[in-house]
Design a binder for this molecule. Structure first.
Ligand code: NAG
Length: 119
């Protein structure tokens, strides 16, 4: 996933300020770049939370390869999903909160059970 430029621009500012613990926790939750993926639509069936970081390509685990029907990025990020490993092939994105609960619909059906990586 790619973080918004705005979020990146805020990071030095936020770290420069004496922020309460809770605010830092919320920031780190967003900057981890987590994406929830599930085998079935509506975030059901086997699910896992994949960990990414900005600008990095992540291949999905083998059991989820070509097997994902719903995707839910954490807040504050633009996520791109790819049909091939190493962020190759056709891409779908940017996907933001709340993600796509059902890839098995006309607009996205080519990506249903077809995602192999994301960034
Ligand atoms: C898809 O996920 C389900 C549930 O985890 C699993 O049983 C099945 O083997 C997976 N299919 C493939 C092709 O990996």
């Amino acid at each position: 996933m790619k973080f918004t430029t705005a979020l990146f621009a805020l990071i030095p500012l936020i770290y420069a300020l004496p922020a309460p613990e809770g605010d830092l926790g919320a920031l780190s939750a967003r900057t981890q770049g987590n994406v929830r993926v599930c085998v079935d639509a509506g975030f059901t069936g086997d699910c896992t939370t994949l960990h990414g970081s900005s600008g990095e390509c992540v291949n999905v685990p083998l059991v989820f390869n070509d097997n994902i029907s719903s995707v839910g990025p954490d807040p504050g990020q633009d996520c791109f999903f790819f049909m091939q490993a190493n962020c190759g092939g056709s891409s779908l994105g940017p996907i933001r909160v709340p993600g796509i609960p059902n890839l098995n619909i006309d607009a996205d059906v080519a990506f249903n059970d077809a995602i192999s990586s994301f960034s």
